[in-house]
Design a protein around this ligand. Structure first.
Ligand code: GLA
Length: 368
């Protein structure tokens, strides 16, 4: 479902009013993102190139609550209510994301007043489009506004990542939270995750990114993602570097120093990092064909070296290329989720229709 953020915000205000019997005090929206190049480079201090998705995200409505310390959370999308207390820890529920964000910015206030929060999400879960980052960013924006706290978009991104790492327990990098909090829909965002320097990147004119859900949902808190983080840490130790981003594509000969598995993981990180730089140059030069080739190379690297693709995303990428896409790749944390393909605008609808007809389990999420 793609709706303008203002409409989703109006819907969440109505849902809050209906559920809690009074209007909210603040509403916010935060987008999900599609990543165009640079996968699993962020926790290695590397480069990424995500793009926020205008109509796909999380809207939050909040207000003070009647019971000090109590948090009443309601998801209008899933028609589920959860009650938490500001003193609690993680419990493996969706409200953990909300609770972690509220603890990060407003523990003392909520001890005094309590809080009510309603949310609507238009992002599919487990699609690799950052539904959890959007929830964190929207919650932090809402809570900092409600309690009058000064923050910048970068502060929000940093705080959101800390919640995910330290409270939810997912060892992610900062790409998703940064794209959601700082990025501007309609532009890609080039980010150096080590220095947090960033710049908007132009999108190809007369071409579009088609985003399709493969039908396989991932669950990043399962072991696969954390294993990759651990493998990168092991590679750093073996190579005597602090982060893999200390190395560049000129250091690929050092892979011989590593056991075969760690060499493949490291090669993915170094080459995908370089592909972000090359992709940025291609966007600036107005060369969509070059950008598309990099996307396809990135998919092969995710498949062959990083081992984070699944047969369904491999098949969808191959079919998109066969149908005329300039490039295609799995996007996000991996192990399923969405595929993004770069297509000529004039061919986008036909190409989309062909893929949807050939893959009954596939859903179209966006054409941007
Ligand atoms: C998930 C994480 C990000 C990033 C991507 C892979 O989305 O949250 O930090 O590591 O996977 O690029």
């Amino acid at each position: 479902m793609t709706l303008p953020p203002t409409e989703i915000a109006a819907d969440v205000a109505a849902a809050y009013a209906q559920h809690f019997g009074r209007p909210p005090e603040v509403t916010t929206f935060a987008p999900g993102r599609v990543n165009l190049l640079g996968e699993h480079t962020d926790y290695n201090g590397g480069y990424v190139l995500p793009m926020p998705l205008e109509g796909l995200g999380v809207a939050i409505a909040i207000g003070h609550g009647p019971a000090p310390g109590a948090i009443e959370a309601y998801s209008d999308t899933f028609h589920e209510a959860e009650r938490r207390n500001i003193e609690q820890g993680r419990e493996g529920r969706w409200s953990d994301y909300v609770l972690g964000c509220l603890k990060a910015v407003a523990t003392s206030e909520i001890r005094e007043t309590g809080l009510r929060i309603a949310l609507i999400t238009t992002l599919p879960m487990g699609a690799g489009l950052s539904s959890s980052a959007a929830l964190e960013v929207a919650t932090l924006r809402a809570a900092t506004t409600l309690f009058g706290k000064e923050t910048s978009p970068v502060d929000i991104a940093v705080a959101a990542r800390a919640v995910e790492n330290d409270f939810v327990g997912m060892p992610c990098g900062i790409m998703d939270q940064f794209a959601s909090a700082v990025g501007k829909p309609g532009n890609a965002l080039f980010l150096n995750t080590r220095t947090l320097e960033y710049a908007p990147a132009p999108l190809p004119e007369s071409h579009r990114f088609l985003i399709l859900h493969s039908g396989v949902s991932h669950q990043l808190t399962q072991d696969g993602y954390a294993n990759r983080v651990a493998e990168c840490t092991a590679a750093c130790e073996a190579l005597g570097v602090e982060m893999l981003s200390d190395l560049g594509s000129g250091d690929l000969d050092r892979l011989d120093e590593l056991p075969e598995l760690l060499a493949r993981r490291t090669r993915h990180v170094l080459t995908d990092n370089q592909r972000v730089l090359d992709g940025l140059a291609a966007l600036k030069a107005g060369d969509p064909a070059a950008f598309g080739r990099l996307m396809t190379e990135s998919h092969a690297s995710q498949r062959d070296d990083y081992a984070i693709t699944v047969p369904e995303t491999d098949a969808l990428v191959a079919a998109a290329l066969e149908a005329g896409a300039l490039g295609a790749r799995q996007t996000g944390g991996g192990f399923g989720g969405a595929v993004v393909a770069l297509v000529a605008e004039a061919e986008a609808e036909d190409l989309s229709a062909t893929l949807l007809a050939d893959f009954p389990g596939v859903r179209r999420l966006a054409l941007v």
